[in-house]
Design a protein around this ligand. Structure first.
Ligand code: ADP
Length: 356
């Protein structure tokens, strides 16, 4: 390419700058891309690249991708590959990326174009699995509705019985509504990558909003919510999803506790991680159930979950939100003593902004 000349002098080569026209062209594609100089420093990146956790201190953050870049430098031949990247420094959240790596010039510039095809395939697989799961869960309340409306038609001349069955139908319709709402919430989480539209979120705002949303339920069940520690921290992510996750944790703390107990919330920052802890003095969870409570539709006691308006989806939503934000969810619990859930998220590290 004419705009990038080979260094023929004895002086060490300076990194060639990336022409504006090329930057504009790459910015106009609906894919992310970055350009590395001969020392593998990122000298250009599209706006979304920072959210992919692919760079650290301006260098590639993945062994597999670095190896691919080395092959391209050695052979000059374009390489394609796919690999998984952790979404953050903690937790199991992963993102699958497909990349094509090619030499841009003999001055050592390498172009990496990133495709989220792998992410799309993962979403399709999750969706298929989810649909099988929910069809089963929806059948139970629909069957109950159908049986009760048949009964209502049969006893329509007995007013007392009509009221009884109409109330049952109303209750079941309400449950069906809750279930459908939670299913919509969860499927949105599985579909979208919140980091693609991430904004800076003040975690204390999220915590306060979630507590506000739970106040009415806490009052009616005579439970006090205390915010005991409130460190300020910002995370990169989706505010609504974070509120939903904390709402679910606090709501569970209330629903699985006896009257006149406390649900305590703490927000603490250590080592670039903000930990939001929700601690209750409730019924606790047996060790044998702990590994399963994050599964969709798993409930330790289905009758109690139903009685509190539970759907068995709350904690799987929390787990998704944590993973999508490059974080994790931890739990400690002792039956009869209480449970502690900690949502841990990487905070925004303002000291480490990459240069464009
Ligand atoms: P649900 O809508 O049933 O509350 P979740 O996914 O939120 O569903 O939780 C799954 C199960 O984990 C619940 O049904 C309950 O058995 C148990 N659980 C969740 N949080 C708590 C808690 N704070 N204390 C005791 N048990 C809990």
């Amino acid at each position: 390419m004419a705009w990038l000349k080979k260094n023929t002098s004895d002086k060490p080569a300076k990194s060639p700058s990336v022409p504006q026209t090329l930057k504009a062209a790459l910015n106009s594609l609906d894919r992310d891309s970055l350009i590395l100089d001969k020392n593998s420093n990122a000298v250009f990146k599209t706006s979304n690249v920072d959210k992919l956790n692919i760079l650290r201190d301006g260098k590639i953050n993945s062994e597999e991708l670095s190896a691919l870049v080395r092959v391209v430098r050695r052979t000059g031949v374009k390489q394609e590959g796919s690999f998984e990247l952790p979404r953050g420094p903690i937790g199991e959240g992963k993102r699958e990326l497909q990349v094509s790596v090619s030499m841009l010039s003999d001055a050592g510039l390498v172009l990496i174009v990133i495709d989220d095809e792998g992410e799309k395939q993962r979403i399709d697989a999750v969706r298929r699995d989810f649909i099988t799961n929910i069809s089963h869960e929806l059948k139970t309340p629909i069957t109950a509705l159908s049986l009760n409306s048949d009964a209502l038609l049969e006893i329509k001349s007995e007013p007392d019985q009509v009221v009884k069955f109409a109330n049952k139908i109303k209750q079941q319709a309400g449950r069906l509504n809750d279930l459908v709402q939670e299913i919509i919430n969860l499927s949105k989480l599985q579909d979208a990558d919140p980091m693609a539209m991430a904004t800076e979120v003040q975690i204390l705002d999220v915590v306060n909003e979630a507590i506000d949303q739970c106040e009415t339920n806490a009052e009616s069940r005579k439970i006090m919510i205390d915010l005991e520690k409130a460190d300020a921290a910002k995370v990169l992510g989706n505010r609504d999803q974070l509120v939903m996750a904390l709402h679910n944790l606090i709501e569970n703390g209330i629903n699985y506790s006896a009257e006149n107990t406390h649900v305590t919330v703490l927000v603490e920052v250590t080592d670039q991680i903000v930990e939001v802890t929700v601690k209750d003095q409730g019924i606790g969870i047996a060790q044998s159930d702990i590994d399963r409570i994050f599964e969709r539709f798993y409930r330790v006691d289905p009758a109690r979950s139903r009685a509190t308006g539970g759907t068995g989806l709350g904690l799987s939503i929390v787990k998704h939100v944590a993973g999508n934000h490059g974080g994790e969810i931890k739990v400690w619990s002792v039956p009869g003593i209480g449970s502690t859930f900690s949502l841990r998220l990487p905070i925004i590290n303002t000291a480490k902004k990459e240069s464009k």
